[in-house]
Ligand binder design. Structure first.
Ligand code: F6P
Length: 323
């Protein structure tokens, strides 16, 4: 190995910068040149790359987002786009690529690896929906941001005896909603993995008020059939019968900003350093993530084709704890 490129792709996640910094500094330590790809796969398709030195990644550890920029790149999903990307890599004599990102980004990484280009993926997405890593970079920060919002909403909800819907991100995965709901002490949690009946939900809220609660917090995953908009609409339509004054807060991209927590900085750092270690061993075509609590590798083919399962027993635990 002589020249390694690093790219961040898809939705940015707090802790990506820690991973970039670790790839750059551990790579330089091994005597390699490190190249940064700007704006995700868009930069790879349009030859937008920069050399990275140790000082270029100074002061980024504590920053959310990604100093390289990111994108969603429809062009890279085409054969032509991938050939362009490969041309950029070859033109700059790059020997291997480290891809920091989630599902879509690792699918792209797998495609490049199938075109015989050495790639190592680093599991990074706030959604925590990537097979091959128990937790991904950005999840802890996003969860803490959601919790901060839930704690604040509980205060005003209690003052007014109101029910609040808090919608969190996660695409088709209910992980963020489930964990934020448990850690935030929600009365109801709505996730895509489980069918929701708004009538049963209303009954649960009524029961919670009946037990003397002053608030009703419903944490909803954006990908659930009844997201914040649909639930608000339903409750508004049946307000007379259901008897609730309901407010909705959609956290959206707020969850992706902010300073990475200590956990995300450490996870990003460990995974970034591991990427260069694996490349030294000549191992690629893999995704690096947290496996049984340690840094471990999963073949990219497996990571992008298997679905990560959510432990739905936690939903029952949340129900019991909401008493
Ligand atoms: O995958 C991360 C994520 O934040 C999802 O939770 C969300 O559905 C999506 O990205 C939003 O995508 P965009 O930033 O392109 O609007």
């Amino acid at each position: 190995m002589k020249r390694i490129a690093v790219i961040t792709s898809g939705g940015d996640a707090p802790g990506m910068n820690a991973a970039i910094r670790a790839v750059v500094r551990t790579g330089l330590d091994k005597g390699w040149d490190i190249i940064g790809v700007r704006h995700g796969y868009v930069g790879l398709c349009s030859d937008n790359v920069i050399p990275l030195e140790a000082r270029d990644v100074g002061g980024i550890l504590q920053q959310g987002g990604t100093m390289l920029g990111s994108s969603r790149c429809p062009e890279f999903m085409t054969e032509e786009g991938r050939l362009k990307a490969l041309r950029t890599l070859r033109q700059h004599s790059i020997d291997a690529l480290v891809v920091i990102g989630g599902n879509g980004s690792q699918t792209g990484a797998h495609a490049l690896s199938q075109m015989d280009f050495p790639v190592v993926g680093i599991a990074s997405t706030i959604d925590n929906d990537l097979y091959g890593s128990e937790i991904t970079i950005g999840v802890d920060t996003a969860l803490n941001i959601a919790l901060d919002a839930i704690d604040r909403l509980k205060v005003t909800a209690s003052s007014h005896q109101r029910a609040f819907i808090v919608e969190v991100m996660g695409r088709d995965c209910g992980y963020l909603a489930l964990m934020a709901g448990i850690a935030g002490g929600a009365e109801v949690i709505v996730i895509p993995e489980v069918e929701t009946d708004p009538e049963a939900m209303a009954a649960e809220l009524r029961a919670a008020y009946g037990r003397g609660k002053a608030h009703g917090i419903i944490v909803v995953a954006e990908g659930a059939e009844y997201n914040a908009e649909k639930l608000s609409h339903y409750f508004e339509k049946h307000r007379g019968r259901l008897g609730f004054e309901l407010r909705a807060t959609i956290l959206g991209h707020v969850q992706r900003g902010g300073e990475p927590t200590a956990y995300d900085r450490l996870l990003g750092t460990r995974l970034g350093a591991a990427a260069t270690d694996y490349l030294v061993k000549g191992e690629h075509g893999i995704l690096l993530g947290l496996v049984k609590g340690a840094i471990g590798a999963t073949p990219l083919a497996e990571a992008v084709s298997r679905k990560k399962k959510l432990d739905l027993r936690l939903l029952e635990l949340a129900r019991v704890l909401a008493k």
